[in-house]
Write a protein that binds this ligand. Structure first.
Ligand code: DUR
Ligand code: ZN
Length: 129
């Protein structure tokens, strides 16, 4: 599974976004270490703070199916440059991404940046150490 295939799937998943308030659609595609793909979109709520971002949707879907090991996750939105995940998503990624997990941030115009959780959230909160 290459990154472009995952990006294409994230772009498709983005179309399912439920974003009547912000009108800002985001898609995500997650590849587990055992080669399963889970897709996500943002899901908003009239009580705005209850919104779930696309990347968290994909992560929660994977974890709830017993797949906690993430090989790669792609996030895409209609941003100027590569999309920047919010702080809540960075903290959730920190829970399930290891230092080698590929995090690919993209937009609809071909901008792409590959990063890691250590770069996105240095000094992430953890109970483990
Ligand atoms: O990385 C991001 C950034 C934002 N959003 C969503 C949350 C909200 O529905 C909308 C506007 O912030 O975009 C995501 O899903 N992922
Ligand atoms: Zn978020």
């Amino acid at each position: 599974m290459d990154i472009q295939t995952l990006l294409d799937q994230a772009i498709e998943a983005r179309k399912k976004a439920y974003a009547p308030y912000s009108k800002f659609q985001v898609g995500a595609a997650l590849l587990t270490k055992d080669n399963q793909v889970f897709l996500g979109c943002n899901i908003e709520n009239a009580s705005y703070g209850l919104t779930n971002c696309a990347e968290r949707t994909a992560i929660f879907k994977a974890v709830s199916e017993g797949r906690k090991e993430i090989e790669a996750i792609v996030v895409v939105g209609d941003t100027e440059g590569p999309i920047a995940p919010c702080g809540a998503c960075r903290q959730v990624m920190a829970e399930f991404c290891d230092k080698d997990t590929k995090i690919i941030l993209a937009n609809l115009n071909g901008s792409k940046a590959e990063t890691t959780i250590d770069q996105l959230l240095p000094g992430a909160f953890s109970l483990k150490d």
